[in-house]
Design a protein around this ligand. Sequence first.
Ligand code: SAH
Length: 250
Amino acid sequence: MPATPSWPPNSTPRLFVDEELREGAAVHLSGQQAHYLLRVMRAKAGDAVKLFDDISGEYLATVTAVGKRDLTLTAEAKLHEREEAPDLWLCQAPIKKDRFDWIAEKSCELGVSRFVPVLTARCVVDKVKQDRLRSHFIEAAEQCERTALPEIAPLTKLEAMLKDWPEGRALFFCDERGGLDFADAITANNGPAAILIGPEGGFTDEENAAIKAHPSAVAVSLGPRILRADTAAISATAIWMQNSGDSDWN
Ligand code: SAH
């Protein structure tokens, strides 16, 4: 749910709905979303709300009926088609909760298309709550005018991920022990890509060697300083987006 804005709100509320929208569709909201619109935004019949569905795009909707704890909206004009996110996966070893949540939020803002949690030998966290990840993606997308959410892959062991790696997708392995300059590596490896970031304790020597031996892997450096995993993930994503993501964004 978006953060509570200052009152009175100066922008139209914008919400993700988990159903396919089309012009004329009635959308019934209850629970947290209704609470947000009715209590936080004090929505009344006739008010405008923007809705997006991660399938067809974003619509301008009007509140058509208000109950005590629920409300109905009608989707009217389509404002935007669903965006095409750049073809970048973020393969991230799970790290402690708050920092992992932060990576989820920022990776959605930056436009990652798929988020792949990767289990490695030094992971101190070995479970990933998909719902929690998704709620961070939704919140970030609601606030940042995104019309697409990153897909979430199941938690995958590093070995299995490398074994099943799709041909033609560069795997940029962020290696604090050294690698190519990342921007140069992106230029040399255009096309579908993924960024791989280790857990707090990094990769073991064996993992490091196995990743480097993979034909799609390109070991890259994010500079001479060791970064925490969350900083590395978001810096690398920003560098990729800057150098390869959306050259025609204007
Ligand atoms: N092994 C280290 C640090 C791990 S940092 C230690 O325990 O001190 C966590 C992850 O961030 C690493 O696995 C790597 O993927 C990434 N990372 C951190 N600094 C980096 C850098 N300068 N260049 C490339 N990747 C980096």
